[in-house]
Design a protein around this ligand. Structure first.
Ligand code: TXA
Ligand code: MG
Length: 355
């Protein structure tokens, strides 16, 4: 990954905040990455409606897989940009928002169409939070878009509660850091899922104690533990990691174009890392019925590829579904692993291992 000059934007008093916020907001609107303080931990922010910006988050963190990200808003009135209309009319959403926003609580509920698949890791639901930190809210408001933000640390390292922690880990990998005081809460938000027709579940303990969430949801029923991982996880390299991830209905097979295993294939859709590999896949699949094809990017570009991965899997899955049968398969080739490519390769391997 090429080194980026990381701007330090001081925001330790009102005058500094007034200068830092418009600069940071302008960077976010350009699709760049800005670390910013929240009351829980520092977040690594990007425009949640821009899939390329969101892909850069995974690249900067060196995350080997795609986890769903929390989308941050500045005001309750922005909720319709993030959640579906059915979610907005779920009384449990209002109960939690009334009780804990602004603050360290994330609500997972069905997403609006404006939220790209990569933010949701392909799931139909999205996590949304209205933070209490004034500078965070001023920044989101000035950016004019919801902000996707995981904790601003490298993969596998500690969550940052100060701007110095962020700088140690991410200098040279992100465009700016908004420098304010250390985070007050110091642990991430509590995550509660409210899916239609299902009881509420506590997905992650965090800044709001479980007992308080139970109390707020008491009129609507109990607060359950996360759903048990699906049985298909047993077949996967990292059990438990995929229960919450989108799996295409079609089978996924990763082949080596030099010695392709085409057993039991009839109707296929082709997914290639780039245009050149797609042309090779077309040749390999010459004897099969190819119903759709796509390249993750024209030339190998992992950021662009990551931003498209779930959308394209969905589209190919849909194309196969028309009059489909059990042998329908998405055929792909191994994604090259340096940098963000590892996360793409990981997701394709998981998809091919399922069932
Ligand atoms: O306090 C926080 O929540 C911090 C600050 C920056 O706001 N953010 C944070 O983000 O911790 P992150 O990306 O590390 O947390 C994402 C977690 C996922 O691991 C998952 O537990 C949950 O949020 N999550 C988000 N979207 C979800 C979804 N659609 N379905 C299930 N879980 C989801
Ligand atoms: Mg984290």
């Amino acid at each position: 990954m090429e080194s980026i000059k990381t701007e330090l934007l001081n925001a330790r008093n009102p005058d500094e905040v007034a200068a830092a916020v418009p600069r940071a907001a302008a960077l976010l609107r350009e699709g760049k990455l800005v670390a910013f303080p929240t009351e829980t931990v520092y977040g690594l922010g990007a425009d949640a409606t821009n899939p390329i910006a969101v892909a850069r988050i995974f690249s900067a963190k060196g995350r080997p897989t795609f986890d769903p990200l929390i989308v941050h808003i500045a005001d309750r009135s922005e909720l319709p940009r993030v959640l579906s209309s059915s979610a907005l009319s779920d009384p449990r959403v209002s109960a939690l928002a009334d009780a804990f926003w602004p603050g360290p609580l994330t609500i997972v509920a069905p997403a609006s169409a404006a939220i790209p698949e990569l933010v949701r890791a392909g799931l139909p639901s999205v996590g949304v939070r209205l933070p209490a930190h004034e500078t965070a809210r001023a920044l989101i408001r000035a950016a004019g878009c919801p902000i996707a933000a995981p904790s601003a640390n490298l993969f596998g390292q500690l969550s940052p509660t100060s701007a110095a922690h962020v700088a140690e880990q991410l200098s040279g990998r992100i465009h700016a850091i908004v420098v304010a005081e250390p985070s007050r809460v110091g642990v991430e938000s509590t995550v509660v899922s409210l899916l239609p027709g299902e009881p509420a579940r506590l997905l992650r303990p965090g800044g709001v104690p479980r007992e308080l969430v139970e109390h707020a949801l008491a009129p609507f029923g109990p607060l359950l533990e996360p759903a048990a991982p699906s049985p298909s996880d047993a077949a996967l390299p990292a059990p438990g990691m995929t229960a919450s991830h989108y799996a295409p209905r079609a089978r996924v097979r990763i082949i080596d174009p030099a010695s392709p295993d085409l057993r039991n294939l009839s109707r296929v859709a082709l997914l290639a890392p780039d245009d050149a590999t797609l042309a090779r896949l077309e040749q390999v699949a010459a004897g099969l019925t190819v119903v759709a094809r796509a390249a993750l990017s024209e030339q190998l570009d992992p950021v662009r590829a990551a931003s498209q991965l779930f959308e394209l899997l969905h589209q190919l899955d849909e194309a196969l579904r028309v009059d489909g049968d059990a042998h329908d398969t998405i055929l792909t080739t191994p994604y090259p692993e340096p940098g963000l490519g590892a996360a793409i390769a990981d997701r394709l391997r998981r998809a091919s291992a399922e069932r």
